[in-house]
Ligand binder design. Structure first.
Ligand code: PLP
Length: 387
């Protein structure tokens, strides 16, 4: 009997050790891990520099509260803000908390209540972020949701215009809808949303929880499309596995998050900040990011080539090292067979196989992944008939 709530449909793999792109389970079996803890371990498992930064902080102090000055938080905020072309940062503990704070800030700064988000979006599991999420399965049984959230269709600007009433505080979107099936935003659509926000005096919130921290080959994915959002949220990869979240905003928003207006006991905890500073030092580097882009292009092109005429595959899509392969059938059996082969990948909905390899994965590891994926998909497409 388990004393855990059964909220997760867990795999039959119990990690006991992990380093770089590989993970070892309790039976001694090794796996090539292309999940990165769902887009968290962007530098692979246990990156040395981050480990040393955490150890250094463990030997200083662990927690003091946000009543104290923090040079390290200032350093982390400067790195984040500079990379995202923003001016102010609030540190939280998770993606949902960062988005929750972004929604609060947008309502307070504009004095308006309505938030437009998108069908198939995912923004978190708290009440505001669940209300923002455009997927019924996430909300089932928890009603009523918070008021004043409306959902447009992703990549369809007319659907945004239709619900863009005068009481809209913000449009909140992902540059690539991750949990909703790895759908990449069109440049023209994203730029039109930003223009509409300016015209209507509303804010643009970009949720970079999954797409940020180098995942797509830029510090943040919005930077592929020359966007200039008012608020950006970050979490997942920011701490390399140590929990942390962040809301980034423009200078004009500082006045609305004054003393006492928002807060968190653990937000900006010294250990998380040490991990974030070390992580950003490595990832926000032009050469590192170019490599991510190059490896992403390679993986996507190899997948597209292989699946070109495969009857099971509908589409390969993505950017950098955030990739979705949409199948015409459920991918559960493929995920299971991959695990048997010693390879870990993720679902994004019923039919999409999602790949979030560590940004440090080598071309050799990518080739190793491709060999296993081809073998599994070929076996499923042409099952061996046993005599
Ligand atoms: C785009 C996006 N926003 C928000 C979240 C929620 O983050 P967390 O699970 O850290 O609360 C996620 C998590 O998958 C996400 O992908």
């Amino acid at each position: 009997m388990s004393y855990l709530f059964p909220t997760y449909a867990r795999w039959d793999v119990e990690p006991v050790d992990a380093a770089g792109s590989y993970l070892t389970d309790s039976e001694g079996k090794q796996y090539l891990d292309f999940t990165s803890g769902i887009g968290v371990c962007n530098l692979g498992h246990r990156p040395r520099v981050v480990k040393e930064a955490i150890e250094h902080q463990l030997n200083r102090f662990w927690h003091v509260s946000n009543l104290f000055a923090s040079g390290e938080q200032e350093k982390a905020a400067k790195k984040l803000a500079t990379a995202a072309e923003m001016d102010a940062v609030f540190f939280a503990n998770s993606g949902a908390e960062a988005n929750e704070a972004a929604i609060k800030l947008a309502r307070k700064a504009t004095g308006k209540p309505k938030i437009i988000t998108f069908k198939k979006s995912f923004h978190g599991r708290t009440f505001a972020t669940m209300s923002a999420t455009g997927q019924d399965k996430i909300k089932s049984g928890y009603g009523p949701m918070l008021e004043k959230f409306s959902y447009a269709t992703y990549n369809d600007i007319d659907s945004v215009k239709e619900i863009f009433t005068d009481d809209v505080a913000a449009v909140m979107l992902e540059i690539i809808q991750g949990e909703g099936g790895v759908h990449v935003g069109d440049k023209s659509f994203l730029q039109a949303v930003e223009k509409l926000c300016h015209e209507k005096n509303a804010l643009l919130i970009v949720d970079e929880i999954q797409t940020g921290i180098g995942r797509t080959g830029r510090p943040f994915a919005f930077q592929h499309f020359s966007l200039n959002p008012d608020i950006v949220t970050s979490a997942k990869g920011l701490g390399s596995g140590v929990p942390i979240g962040a809301v980034l905003g423009k200078e004009s928003l500082k006045a609305f998050f004054g003393p006492g207006s928002h807060g968190s006991t653990f937000g900006g905890n010294p250990i998380s900040i040490a991990a974030a500073n070390a992580t950003m030092n490595i990832i926000f580097d032009e050469v590192f990011l170019k490599e991510v882009e190059h490896k992403g292009d390679y993986l996507i092109s190899q997948l597209a080539k292989f699946f070109q005429s495969n009857t099971l595959v509908k589409e390969v899509r993505g950017k950098g090292l955030m990739i979705g392969i949409e199948f015409k059938q459920s991918i559960q059996a493929i995920l299971q067979e991959l695990r048997t082969e010693g390879v870990l990948a993720l679902p994004a909905g019923e039919n999409v196989l999602r790949l979030l390899p560590p940004l440090t994965a080598t071309i050799h590891e990518i080739d190793e992944f491709l060999i296993h994926l081809k073998k599994v998909v070929e076996a499923i497409a042409e099952p061996v008939v046993k005599a």
